[in-house]
Design a protein around this ligand. Structure first.
Ligand code: PLP
Length: 297
């Protein structure tokens, strides 16, 4: 596959398409060595000569909210949308047999050497993805070290913003893989479920879909929001709540959902501290509905 990219000049309010194999970030870019910037990753599908950027309005609103939390200039929806569309179009031209790709868009604070005033700039690039598969997964619960009140009392931790600082998320994934799980699920030090390193948790309890309230200090997932908007078609109610690890163990279904990986049902939960594995029923039918809702959004 040949990837495509665009560089965005925020000040000049324009962009240029660029060959990503030639792309060079300046070594003093604050995104690269401080993780000082924000990003979004969207799923793009091509069907019947149309390009779908799934849940783009929700993604872009979160991009704007993240910029606000990091005191970055508010991104112009028209400029970024045009850059995304142009990047997606060029990808399809170069890879006519491809039906799916992910596009990541990033806003960096700028360069370190700008000293007092930084000049933010952005970029957009594609990465191939397999079509999301509803594979059952084993998840290990990991203590985030934060309590359920930390997000509110420590706003400088930027909980809820989609920043580029993902080193601990990556470490959690590696820990999960080397401890017999497919993915991780963070929880607070006082026992509330948070989110996966790259995904949102959804539980089914009775006729309700429940997800941890973003106010606890997690990303407000676009996939979860799309699923909640469609849940009533299956007779399901929806709720944001504080979810305990006990609630998770007693659920009639649980999923980790994200734009790129889709909706993966959790079948087994391991604990990083001890105790036997907990098994959760897998609802293949509802999982299929979730995937369809995302692909038609
Ligand atoms: N939580 C975290 C930490 C994430 O990184 C992601 C996505 O990458 C999600 C949740 C799921 O968000 P979305 O459904 O918008 O992809």
């Amino acid at each position: 596959m040949k990837n495509t990219a665009a560089l965005i000049d925020v000040e000049a309010n324009n962009f240029v398409l660029h060959d990503p194999s030639q792309l060079l970030l300046s070594l003093d870019d604050l995104a690269a060595h401080r993780g000082d910037g924000i990003f979004e990753t969207v799923l793009v599908t091509y069907r019947d000569d149309t390009t779908y950027i799934h849940n783009q309005a929700l993604h872009f609103q979160r991009f704007i909210d993240s910029a606000c939390m990091l005191e970055l200039p508010s991104p112009d929806p028209k400029l970024w949308e045009e850059a995304l569309r142009a990047t997606a179009k060029q990808y399809k031209e170069l890879n006519p047999d491809s039906h799916t790709v992910s596009i990541r868009y990033t806003l960096s604070r700028g360069h370190d050497s700008d000293t007092t005033t930084h000049t933010p700039h952005g970029w957009v690039f594609t990465a191939p993805v397999p079509r999301p598969e509803p594979t059952e997964i084993t998840v290990i619960t990991l203590n985030s070290g934060l309590s359920s009140t930390t997000a509110e009392s420590a706003p400088w931790l930027l909980r809820g913003a989609k920043t580029l600082s993902y080193a601990t998320n990556q470490a959690a994934k590696r820990y999960a893989l080397s401890n017999g799980a497919d993915d991780a699920l963070f929880h607070t030090s006082d026992g509330y479920a948070l989110e996966g390193p790259n995904s949102t948790l959804i539980l089914r309890i009775g006729d309700q879909l429940i997800t941890p309230d973003p106010k606890i200090g997690i990303l407000h997932g676009t996939t979860q929001r799309c699923i909640f908007e469609n849940a009533s078609s299956q007779g399901l109610l929806t709720q944001y709540a504080n979810v305990t690890l006990d609630d998770l163990g007693n659920a009639q279904g649980a999923w980790l959902v994200s734009s790129v990986r889709g909706c993966r049902p959790i079948s087994t939960i391991l604990s990083s501290t001890s105790g036997p594995a907990t098994h959760i029923p897998v609802d293949h039918n509802l999982t299929e509905h979730m995937l369809q809702w995302v692909l038609s959004s």
